[in-house]
Design a protein around this ligand. Structure first.
Ligand SMILES: [Zn+2]
Length: 277
């Protein structure tokens, strides 16, 4: 059983073909992926074209055994009624089947007051929040002090880390200028990502994209221990979003040959538990 916790059906970037629902299902079948989380992108800094919540919800309705829809709202949208208005929109998405909030890929600091309105609503609704942290989106400093304050302030939100800034923070020598980097040096133990996963029950991470792959592959000995240590907090994920995309996660996990209970958790059981599937 394999659940992919991070995918985008549609056209994310202008320089590739559209990933159709049929293309997505064919790719899932070819790789033994039973279910995939469909993440909308509804912020101008997130993609070349918007990937809409309503499309993710409709696709999941058509293929309930294959697609798990998330919802998102950009906090800068012209929604009437302030926080209560935004909550009404999110509640409507939940009523239509949304299982989580994200991908949050907004060019604001991760602890911007406008972002905190979203976290506050997700805290009340017990919704997880999947965020893209790099030098442009959901920004923070090395050591991730802003994210840590959010983990403390919104204890009922399961925050799911993703992208370069989050994953470069696996190493304690991470600096502010590595927020968009794929560092290749051996990991210095005690990085912020490692520490937050240990200290906060509401910190999770998805292993998708070049950044998630690199965090493990840059130092396989450390990566293996990291996967074991946080086996209840990590999700298998790819960030598949275009036809023919090279996905490095398949070979990585085949070669790692993790203990069966560790792989069971990362491949699907954590997703089932956190999303109440
Ligand atoms: Zn993504």
């Amino acid at each position: 059983m394999l659940i992919d916790f991070h995918t985008h059906v549609g056209q994310v970037w202008n320089n590739h073909e559209e990933l159709t629902p049929e293309g997505m299902l064919r790719w899932m079948d070819a790789h033994g992926i039973e279910k995939a989380v469909l993440l909308p992108l509804e912020s101008p800094e997130g993609a070349s074209f918007y990937i809409l919540t309503r499309d993710a919800l409709a696709l999941a309705k058509a293929h309930p055994d294959r697609f798990i829809p998330f919802c998102c709202v950009d906090p800068r949208m012209a929604i009437n009624g302030g926080k209560a208005g935004i909550k009404t929109v999110i509640q409507r998405y939940l009523d239509q089947g949304a299982k989580g909030f994200g991908e949050v890929k907004v060019a604001l600091p991760i602890e911007d007051p406008r972002m905190q309105v979203l976290y506050e609503i997700c805290d009340e609704l017990r919704l997880c929040v999947l965020f893209h942290l790099d030098g442009i989106r959901c920004t923070d400093r090395a050591g991730l002090p802003g994210l840590e304050r959010m983990l403390r302030t919104y204890p009922h939100v399961n925050f799911i880390g993703h992208a370069n800034g989050w994953w470069a923070s696996i190493s304690a020598d991470m600096t502010d200028d590595q927020m968009n980097a794929y560092p290749k040096t051996p990991v210095v133990p005690g990085g912020a990502a490692d520490r937050l996963l240990t200290q906060y029950p509401n910190m999770y991470a998805d292993l998708s994209a070049g950044s998630g792959h690199n965090a493990i592959a840059r130092d396989l000995a450390h990566g293996r221990q990291f996967l074991e240590r946080h086996r209840e907090k990590l999700f298998f994920a790819t960030d598949y979003l275009m036809p023919g995309q090279e996905v490095l996660q398949f070979d990585l996990f085949a070669n790692l040959d993790l203990a069966k209970d560790t792989w069971d958790l990362i491949s699907h059981r954590n997703a089932q538990r956190v999303l109440n599937l």
